[in-house]
Design a binder for this molecule. Sequence first.
Ligand code: NAD
Length: 510
Amino acid sequence: MIGAADPVRRNNYGLGMDNATSRDTPGIGHRQMFIGGSWVDALDGGRFVTVNPATGAEIGSVPRGRAADVDRAVAAARNAFDSGRWGQSVAERDRARVLFRMADLVRERRDDLARLEVLDCGKPIGDAEADIDEVAFMFEYYAGWATKIMGDIPPVGPDAMSLVVKEPVGVCGLIVPWNYPMLMAAQKVAPALAAGCTVVLKPAEQTPLSALVMAEIAAEAGVPDAVFNVVTGVGVEAGEPMLTDPRVDKISFTGSLAVGRHIQRTCADDLKRVTLELGGKSPNIVFADAPMPEAVSGSCLGVFGNQGEVCSAGSRVLVQRSIHDEFVAAMVAETEAIRLGSGLDRSVTMGPLVSAAQMERVNGFIDSAPADGARLVHAGRRPDDPVLAGGFFVPPMIFAVDDQRPRIAREEIFGPVMTVIPFDDEAEAIRLAHDTEYGLAAAIWTTDISRAMRTARALRAGVVWVNDSQPAPSEAMWGGYKQSGVGRELGPYALDAYLESKQIYINLGG
Ligand code: NAD
């Protein structure tokens, strides 16, 4: 029965998160994944560990799902969809009630979930709490939409009637990254469930834990068995099989441009529906008449927030030449106040990067920048607490360049590295902003409303902030121009990604 809670299916009782401090890593033991309404291991028994990026210590392990496990999960989701036990045969208000309950359960477990997210991906606890609050709101928001998905009656003359109805697209493979683990998952799961789809969620291998708690919450809220499945595993083993499985109708992916391209190509074989939310190298344009000090703090937040591991990071800071030196000095002062450490310490404002591999990748950009023509303006310091010696910390860095030829001015770094570029006038700012394959986001700082609107209209980016950086309200819209993506998420726009339209034509006997 829809809405029946079954607490027996909880897998993650006693996470031990209440006692988590910045100095220790509570073990969460060996977890299982959720397929067909049951907690299971990988069929071949494989597992992988997940670590606390602040210390490098192991937190626990999860199953290493592979093709056979994906096959099981897709079969369960297909069967659940075809049986109609969540989509066609269920009253929309019953689906809504379950999603509202999911929102309540996320709120009840907010503190545990936030600490789990910090331990898995490193971000400061206040940021993790904000993520979890938004996850709860996201389920509430799409619960509201479940009862408001409507069709159309286009006019087709007096002798017939045409109905355009909306139906769930089917089985959805949802593949998410590690920078906002639960939020990125909710951004896909909530609209997919509201639309009546069944899902197989694959969290990133670096951050699998909160997706497992989401499965627990879904089961407890009354999502029927096999409607919501989670397969943990690495990309090519647990993500790839979904791309080629004909029983999967839709892939929604958030991640890198390289993998996004591969997904688009692979899914072309059977014309799966595809939504892609990819990377960026977003411009943050500061005009000489920018509001101060908001432009300074907003520009820094835009690059250093979430350790720079943000798809929409304003990592190219374009500053009008007349205020360039003064503005850079103000940003250096702002950056000096950033405090690195364990995300569980409430005084910390920047945590470690998610993994050793990510730290090495970002350090590669930093090390090669001077030889590539970039001038180091500011370098922060790693934390000196010996407990954090094995952590994956990269301190905030600011580089100045004359043009956008250096690699750090062109490529997505996904770490706390700011590149400052001068411009002379509005036309040059727009030209520089456009000089990238990406088009995810842009920020404009000015007190001239005409300039703000002109520039916002001219920029080829899916999201443009004026006198702000990074807000992404769930009720609005998200998605990229150019190679930053295909399709849109958030707001009512996300629902389209999980719906098909069907025209029913009725001859009235004319
Ligand atoms: P990634 O592409 O390496 O991995 C993302 C997900 O895809 C992971 O779950 C991974 O396991 C899976 N994957 C990898 N190879 C796969 C394959 N062959 N088939 C199927 N799945 C596969 O990206 P990442 O390093 O985890 O995340 C960082 C990237 O995500 C950045 O480029 C960032 O800009 C982007 N991102 C975009 C948005 C957005 O909304 N546009 C939001 C967050 C992150």
